[in-house]
Design a protein around this ligand. Structure first.
Ligand code: NAD
Ligand code: TDX
Length: 332
């Protein structure tokens, strides 16, 4: 297959490109990425010279460029997004531009060029907070922040292109990912790198919000399966099946980094903070997927990765990032 992967220089996209090149020696991948603060070509340094891989710098909202790079591919896999909830509370515009309008631009290119498949990567956040039970693909969307509302908008648009034009689209909605190359603004790498630096771990609210954790390599396998075996017009939930309160996760990170619980700093809650996400993944399991990594081992491997890759994350921890956090919550 010849794939156009968009947003492939970010966390999940870069892990996915590496997975595809390893698992499918006959495949070729073009990576179109805007290289926002979250995009990092170092994530793909090990495949940069692979003749099956190519990189194009650009925006998924650039209709002409998208048509140029998409021409002749067998499938588009879209990871490109503004992806951090806290940033969407302060600067929603970028989220609407990329996560909604960018997806529209991709849909139009796929329609015009008659590309055989578009897999759009979405999120469990579109279902909103789930007090009990687990979300199924047919459940209503109740997004509660500008990030999840933008992602929900794109999902509805993708669904509309299926209904209206029978465009060959698929969607995956995964739960919270963790693993190598995740930008240290998301809770797992933020808390690991803060702990390694003996810095406080800012735990929002009462620390009892629940997330369902999925190791990024398991997500990549599921996405790959849906890409090759999924049915057109369908949505597939991909949940890790490991639901924990943030305080439990935080203590586990402190144990793995060998740091004291006195580093935990309760701070003001995130506005509109969804209490719990939970996915029913039986549909993707019926395709033959299940997570291969146990949570404890995967978190340990993730901590080891950040220990061993300080030159990767150290430059990302200075300047803009701290200002951003402080801008929002101050020191408390
Ligand atoms: P990320 O922020 O690490 O990476 C996003 C990538 O997209 C970056 O490389 C960035 O440069 C690129 N990008 C941003 N705007 C672009 C644009 N306009 N044109 C081209 N490239 C652009 O994000 P991630 O965590 O890897 O998430 C990837 C996808 O998975 C997103 O769609 C996100 O909504 C979804 N998702 C993430 C998680 C998670 O836990 N991280 C969970 C569920 C779903
Ligand atoms: O400093 C923090 N303190 C804290 O308590 C941060 C950054 C987060 N948290 C809490 C908020 C959440 O309950 O930890 C939990 C996880 O937060 P994030 O890492 O920001 O992830 P979340 O908001 O759950 O969204 C993530 O999962 C779904 C990704 O960022 C999205 O891209 C994905 O769609």
């Amino acid at each position: 297959m010849k794939l156009l992967v968009t947003g492939g220089a970010g966390f999940i996209g870069s892990n996915f490109i590496r997975h595809v090149l390893q698992a499918h020696p006959e495949d070729r991948v073009v990576n179109l990425d805007k290289l926002t603060y979250a995009g990092n070509l170092q994530n793909l340094a090990d495949v940069a010279q692979d003749p099956r891989y190519g990189f194009v710098h650009g925006d998924i909202g650039d209709a002409k460029l998208v048509r140029d790079v998409a021409r002749g591919v067998d499938a588009v896999v879209n990871f490109a997004a503004a992806s951090h909830v806290d940033r969407s509370l302060i600067e929603p515009e970028e989220f609407l531009k990329t996560d909604v309008f960018g997806v529209y631009t991709l849909l139009e290119a796929v329609r015009e060029l008659r590309i055989p498949r578009l897999l759009h990567i979405s999120t469990d956040e579109v279902y909103g907070s789930v007090p009990q039970g687990s979300s199924r693909e047919t459940d209503p969307l109740r997004p509660a922040n500008p990030y999840s509302a933008s992602k929900a908008g794109a999902d509805l648009l993708v669904g509309a292109y299926w209904q209206t034009y029978r465009l060959p689209v698929l969607i995956t909605r995964s739960s919270n990912n963790f693993g190598p190359c995740q930008y240290p603004e998301k809770v797992v790498p933020l808390f690991i790198t803060n702990a390694l630096d003996d810095q406080p771990l800012p735990l929002y609210g009462d620390g009892r919000n629940v997330r369902d954790w999925l190791y990024v390599l398991d997500n990549c396998e599921a996405i790959d399966l849906v890409l090759r075996r999924g049915a057109e017009g369908q949505i597939y939930n991909i949940g890790g099946g490991h639901e924990v309160e943030n305080i439990v996760l935080t203590r586990q990170i402190l144990r793995l980094t060998g740091k004291p619980e006195t580093l935990i700093r309760p701070v003001k809650d995130r506005p509109g903070h969804d209490r719990r996400y939970s996915l029913d993944s039986s549909k993707v399991r019926q395709l033959g997927w299940r997570p291969r990594h146990r949570f404890d081992g995967a978190l340990e491997a993730t901590v080891a990765w950040y220990r061993q890759h300080e030159p990767w994350w150290r430059p990302l921890k200075s300047g803009e990032f701290r200002t951003y956090y402080q801008q929002q919550y101050g020191d408390r």
